[in-house]
Design a protein around this ligand. Structure first.
Ligand code: AMP
Length: 114
């Protein structure tokens, strides 16, 4: 999608602090980090939100989650853990309409969310 900021990051039109890339996905540090570790894992396929994902995307979603866990460990969260968040649409607090998993770590997270 040409006007999607994350699609533009995937295409290299907007710079990002990338920590992982393969044929299916990209992981890069959030530009406004909310924790010492804060990066996003996104599919290269444009999917507007988790609720727009289709059944055929199930395997891709699994790959994204698995890689998010692996990268969290690599980024120093293996012992104390991390928070994995998917905001969805307006009530979910989604501001960029391209599915992304937030990975937050390096500090204690609060619950419930505000
Ligand atoms: P959400 O509010 O769940 O849709 O999350 C979108 C996230 O994307 C926010 O945490 C933003 O800080 C982050 N973000 C927006 N633009 C960029 C960018 N160019 N590079 C890295 N992260 C970004």
């Amino acid at each position: 999608m040409s006007d999607c900021i994350f699609c533009r990051i995937i295409k290299g039109e907007i710079p990002s602090d990338t920590i992982y890339e393969d044929g299916d996905m990209l992981a890069f540090r959030d530009i406004t980090p909310q924790a010492p570790v804060h990066f996003l894992v996104i599919p290269k396929k444009h999917i507007g939100s988790l609720m727009e994902a289709e059944r055929e995307d199930a395997s891709l979603l699994g790959k994204l989650l698995h890689k998010a866990g692996e990268l969290a460990a690599e980024q120093g969260c293996s012992e104390r853990g991390a928070r994995f968040v998917i905001n969805c649409k307006s009530d979910g607090g989604q501001t960029v309409d391209h599915l992304h998993i937030h990975v937050l770590g390096g500090r204690m997270m609060m619950w419930p969310p505000g």
